[in-house]
Design a protein around this ligand. Structure first.
Ligand code: SF4
Length: 259
């Protein structure tokens, strides 16, 4: 059932948990989409991901990580060389600045290692609370909720919170779920936001959450129209999960780049 004006706290929590379970089935492939093999690489990739697709970041990072394997390398980086390497991710001058300052701060204060605590991470150059939670959840296995633009939009549409401040959203949504589920929940919500529940024209008619979502109808509800809005290589699977004929999914949806 969708949310009604007089939904109780308990009712909202139950609906939130149901949404979580449906998303687990809808996006079995959900994961951190930034390639990395250690906390430093994830911190760097997350800084580069500002105003840039994860796909583009992943194209740049293999060469970058090979050239700068440690915090010391970023601290002593040649600015021009680093700028050239990360230029395709946009805002490369600011990002270069952040990476060099991050390297220096890690060397000066943390012996070159990325710390595993939120309070320490947020003091580092280029690392806000969102980035810190990504690092904690994916490089340190500390449960974290990542409130990015997709997360914020979707939990708002679902009526899970009316908060607009990211930190308040983090706490409000965190209270609805088990702490141990926070990291994967964040990935699944972000996956759903990138592939189904877009900012403009969400694929309501091909969404697995129609019965749980008060914003159903924000996008087209006709399945034949909605499937065209699905994005990525699993578009046909997403249609099946929503009970829609996968043959309605056009090749363009399967080939569409996930934002
Ligand atoms: S029903 Fe529509 S608004 Fe609700 S989650 Fe699905 S795509 Fe988004």
């Amino acid at each position: 059932m969708t949310r009604s004006a007089n939904e109780t706290e308990l009712g909202r929590k139950r609906r939130a948990r149901r949404i979580g379970r449906v998303l687990t089935e809808t996006h079995p492939d959900a994961h951190c989409e930034l390639d990395h093999s250690n906390p430093l690489e994830l911190a760097v990739a997350t800084i580069l991901s500002a105003q840039c697709t994860d796909k583009k970041v992943n194209e740049v990072t293999p060469k970058l990580f090979a050239r700068y394997p440690s915090a010391v390398d970023y601290a002593g980086a040649d600015r021009t060389e680093l700028e050239e390497l990360i230029r395709p991710t946009g805002f490369y001058r600011n990002k270069t600045d952040s990476l060099i300052k991050l390297g220096r701060a890690l060397v000066e204060r943390y012996d070159g290692q990325v710390p595993g605590r939120l309070t320490e991470l947020v003091t580092l150059p280029g690392i806000g609370r969102k980035t810190a939670n990504v690092i904690l959840g994916n490089a340190f296995d500390v449960p974290g909720i990542t409130v990015d633009t997709h997360f914020q939009r979707l939990v708002g549409r679902w009526g899970l919170t009316t908060e607009t401040d990211p930190v308040k959203i983090e706490h409000a949504v965190g209270a609805l779920y088990e702490r141990r589920d926070w990291t994967m929940l964040s990935h699944r919500i972000i996956f759903h936001g990138r592939r189904v529940c877009h900012a403009r024209k969400p694929a309501c008619g091909a969404c697995t959450l129609t019965k749980l979502c008060p914003a159903y109808g924000t996008g087209p509800t006709d399945p034949a129209l909605a499937v065209k809005l699905l994005k990525g290589p699993r578009a046909r699977d997403l249609a099946v999960a929503a009970g829609v004929d996968p043959d309605l999914v056009p090749p363009a949806a399967v080939a569409a780049e996930v934002p």
